[in-house]
Write a protein that binds this ligand. Structure first.
Ligand SMILES: Nc1ncnc2c1ncn2[C@@H]1O[C@H](COP(=O)(O)OP(=O)(O)OP(=O)(O)O)[C@@H](O)[C@H]1O
Ligand SMILES: [Mg+2]
Length: 242
């Protein structure tokens, strides 16, 4: 059989050179944490990343692509994606029965590192795999895909999830609140506004507003009249910040 891409592009068709934006892998989560062991295990060739819903499979794949993958990358959302639409975005319009073959030769020819995200079955994936190159497949199921190496993604433990949520709140804090959060965490037990103001070296009225803001954001607990304390896990988080 000839090169399906060559057949699909005879005549006046021109293949688009850059990757259409909706098929570029998006950035990984800004506050990506952990997964060092899993990231280190992903090698060239086909890798199946499997695990339960929401465990972090897509995030892991996107992190690897961004930091360790080669430059030419293509992302196909298998849950919603339609191969025909992808090929059309490249300027290709093969007959429906030729789509997989044209896709494979496009990937091979352009040496795309491929993310096939959200696969439901091996039958859905196998026809899309190029003969060589690097492919990440994510799935909630442990699909049997030929030579694929398999990486299981376990959902994060509760304390990891909490740390992540705290990080999300922390990075959004205005500077005064962030500084108070870091400094007051070294204060054992409950503390009042005057103590916090002394630690921070700032006027009490500013410090009071900032502490109220931390309470509103669930990073600090108000105990009694104008006394505050950290939950132990939050204090531990705050003490990791510089
Ligand atoms: N290592 C991580 N660090 C920070 N956030 C993460 C991490 N892993 C996942 N998340 C966040 O958790 C949520 C779920 O992750 P993700 O979408 O990767 O799950 P999934 O396993 O692909 O789920 P699904 O099976 O539904 O596709 C997302 O909001 C993602 O940003
Ligand atoms: Mg996913």
């Amino acid at each position: 059989m000839g090169d399906a891409l060559a057949v699909a592009t005879t005549g006046a068709v021109r293949i688009r050179n850059d990757v259409p934006p909706r098929f570029r892998p998006p950035a990984p989560p800004r506050h990506f944490v952990g997964r060092d062991a899993e990231l280190a295990r992903i090698r060239p060739g086909v890798t199946l990343v499997h695990g339960p819903a929401g465990a972090g499979k897509t995030a892991l794949a996107l992190k690897w692509l961004r930091e360790r993958g080669s430059g030419n990358q293509l992302c196909v959302d298998l849950a919603t994606g339609d191969l025909g639409a992808l090929l059309r975005a490249f300027g290709l319009e093969p007959d429906p029965q030729d789509e997989s073959a044209v896709f494979r030769s496009l990937v091979t020819r352009r040496q795309f590192t491929l993310l096939l995200d959200g696969a439901d079955s091996a039958e859905q994936v196998t026809p899309l795999l190029p003969a060589s190159g690097t492919v990440l497949v994510t799935s909630r199921k442990k699909l049997g895909i030929g030579q694929a190496q398999e990486i299981e993604v376990e959902p994060p433990a509760d304390d990891e999830r909490l740390r992540h949520l705290l990080d999300l709140s922390y990075v959004e804090l205005p500077e005064r609140q962030a500084r108070l959060y870091r400094l007051c965490a070294w204060q054992p037990g409950a503390f009042g506004v005057p103590v916090a103001a002394a630690i921070a070296g700032e006027p009490e009225c500013d410090v009071e507003d900032a502490l109220d803001d931390l309470v509103e954001k669930s990073l600090l607990t108000e105990v009694g009249d104008y006394a505050f304390r950290f939950h132990d896990l939050v204090r531990a988080h705050a003490r990791t910040k510089r």
